[in-house]
Design a protein around this ligand. Structure first.
Ligand code: WTA
Length: 629
């Protein structure tokens, strides 16, 4: 508590000490923090230079060269391999030299469309080593979504794998890439890591000699040392796209110094990371959790990090417990959705495995209900591990609220208190005034800059200001609502904007709507979230059809397929309701509040409907009782 208070009242000194103790600087920084939210010009550690790959790998070589850096577990049980820090260094250098040989230079954006694997880790660190900005696109995105992100980031270089494997299924990543970039001049080169040893012949199909580069052939020819570039603290480290409430996905830009510090500090404090720990974050590296807690955080601290490519239920629902047992994992980090899914199978399978290596259990991505929290604590942690519910966002870079093991008293379902240097507040949505005191609820905002915050939206600083800073001047608007209880503990209530959180995947309803509306048979679409006992939320889509379009089950299946194709399988609608009309105000605005209540199955709680242009639209929807299963 004392240190937290100091991190707020004497923040420059606090962060300066943290930055010096957790990171290696090639040149010391001159100022700790400058700028503010209202002007959108926050910068940290200016004057200082450092390199992310040096910090994650090279600096550990003198004393950890032969320690395991990465443990990779592939899709099949027990399939995989490990890399020591020495081996990781050589691989990162080879990939860095390969990128240089293909013309990538400092400041260029490199897109990585790869599954969770050491190849992806090496590609990220290789970019960082030569000062290129990586933009990882989750390997579950469709060709269209990949193309949009490539084009938006201005990336000329793409790295991918021939295939990915998940849950026994093969993802044809190179084919998706061909579909995304074929016939365009978006990229100069596509580097392909071949993972399927039997698929050498795949090279012939869709292979373009002038564009495609076989990484398995190129890498052995590369020197296993590559000089690293000293980057300014504020130089971008990566771009990561995430969904917003309107329009196109946002490419959030994270910078080198501040992001790395947030990653290192929170990994150390929230997970009580110690020498010799085996850190098991089972997130996909394609999302922010994987960036910060599979790659940067654990490697900055010289830990052993587990990369898991499969799913919690493949080949059976004991997969996580097997993983923890076999690799002697000390910190395990997963999502409430996974916990709720596994809860359904009871505890028999857990008892087959030794979980005594565990010390800390983490949860991230959505609110964790107290039942799931307690199940996790009792059955996985055997009532002796700390459960850390960590609240944060792609935008924040690292944890913003989370308990510290052994220090923060826990409450099942609460992310407890802010981490060092973070000052949250609750606002009244109508007046924008701060709500003081405890036992209150409001919009969750942050009052002061923190090092890991995203600095801009790639190519659109104006949008960055609008989304995060302009609605409530002087604050960072998180888009979440929260309650502060009688002890000052925070409880996240969920998004307050048009973003739906399905199984921990952030989905902008606007993106799903535009995919549906782009179908010839569709006139208009409105998409809302509704509570789902296992996934947290599901997607309910209201669709009006053009004249002559049949509202058959086949047509509904076709619409679902369209969304899968445009965005990715994780965004597949759960419910599609065909309706002759959408409820609108007299000025033509769709009344989503009403659609949300209907999707939740609460037609009696629609609230004020007096502004509806045509109340019969709602009456008809209520009469169909589509939510009754
Ligand atoms: C939600 C994931 C409750 C929240 C790291 C946030 C959570 C969004 C929690 C960010 C949590 C994340 N409790 N809700 N512990 N963690 N969220 O950008 O709505 O994929 O705004 O980052 O997930 O999702 P993102």
């Amino acid at each position: 508590m004392q240190l937290y208070n100091r991190s707020i009242t004497d923040s420059d000194r606090f962060w300066s000490e943290q930055a010096k103790s957790l990171l290696h600087w090639s040149r010391p920084f001159e100022r700790v923090c400058q700028g503010n939210f209202a002007d959108g010009d926050v910068a940290w550690f200016t004057g200082g230079t450092l390199n992310a790959a040096y910090n994650c790998v090279d600096r550990h070589l003198p004393h950890r060269a032969h320690q395991t850096a990465l443990i990779y577990e592939g899709d099949e049980l027990g399939e995989g391999y490990s890399l020591t820090y020495h081996q990781l260094h050589a691989r990162v250098c080879r990939v860095a030299n390969a990128l240089l040989s293909m013309g990538v230079r400092r400041g260029d954006v490199v897109t990585l469309y790869m599954p969770t694997s050491p190849d992806l880790a090496c590609a990220m660190l290789a970019c960082a080593r030569i000062g290129a900005t990586h933009s990882v696109v989750f390997a579950g995105f469709s060709a269209g979504a990949l193309r949009d992100r490539l084009a938006a980031s201005g990336s000329r270089m793409l790295l991918t794998c021939d295939v990915g494997k998940r849950g026994g299924k093969t993802l044809e990543l190179k084919k998706i890439v061909d579909e995304a970039v074929g016939g365009t001049d978006l990229v100069h080169h596509v580097g392909v890591f071949r993972r399927d040893p039997d698929a050498a012949q795949q090279r012939s199909e869709g292979w373009e000699e002038s564009r495609d580069v076989d990484m398995n052939e190129l890498l052995p020819r590369m020197r296993p040392y590559c000089a690293y570039v000293s980057m300014e603290a504020e130089d971008p480290l990566f771009i990561l796209y995430t969904s917003g409430s309107t329009g196109k996905p946002k490419g959030l830009v994270h910078t080198t110094g501040g992001y790395l510090l947030q990653a290192a500090m929170t990994t150390k404090n929230t997970f009580d990371l110690k020498d010799g720990d085996v850190f098991g974050c089972v997130a996909d590296v394609g999302w922010i959790t994987g960036h910060t807690y599979c790659i940067y955080g654990p490697l900055l601290l010289g830990a052993t990090s587990v990369l898991f490519e499969s799913t919690p239920r493949y080949p059976h629902h004991g997969r996580y417990w097997d993983l923890i047992d076999r690799h002697r994992i000390t910190q395990f980090y997963t999502s409430p959705t996974a916990i709720r899914t596994l809860m359904k199978f009871g505890t028999d399978k857990i008892k087959e495995y030794k979980l005594d290596s565990l010390r800390v259990l983490g949860s991230v991505g959505e609110p964790i209900n107290p039942e799931a929290w307690t199940w996790y604590f009792k059955n996985v942690g055997h009532s002796r591990c700390t459960v850390v519910d960590t609240w944060w966002q792609t935008e924040t870079g690292g944890h913003m609220m989370a308990p510290m093991p052994g220090m923060t008293p826990l409450k099942p379902g609460s992310c407890t208190l802010p981490v060092y240097g973070v000052q949250p507040a609750l606002l009244d949505p109508l007046t924008g005034e701060e709500i003081e005191g405890d036992d209150v609820e409001g919009l969750l905002v942050v009052k002061r800059p923190w090092p890991g915050m995203a600095r801009t939206i790639h190519g659109d600083h104006h949008r960055y200001m609008d989304v995060y800073f302009n609605s409530y001047r002087g604050y960072y608007a998180t888009g979440d609502g929260a309650r502060r209880d009688e002890n000052g503990y925070y409880w996240i209530t969920g998004r307050v904007d048009d973003v739906v959180n399905v199984a921990g995947h952030r989905i902008g309803t606007a993106e799903v709507e535009s995919s549906l509306a782009s179908h010839d048979g569709v006139s208009e679409a409105a998409v809302v979230g509704f509570p789902d006992p296992s996934k947290g939320q599901g997607l309910c889509c209201y669709v009006t059809l053009n004249m002559g379009t049949p509202s058959t089950p086949e047509f509904i299946a076709e619409l679902k397929a369209q969304v899968r194709r445009d965005i990715g399988p994780f965004a597949t609608p759960d419910v599609i309701v065909i309706t002759p009309d959408l409820p609108k105000t007299r000025s033509g605005k769709i009344m989503r509040r009403i659609l949300r209540k209907l999707a939740e199955g609460e037609p009696s709680a629609l609230g004020d409907t007096s502004t509806l242009a045509d109340p019969s639209v709602v009456e008809r929807l209520v009469a169909t009782q589509f939510w009754v299963k």
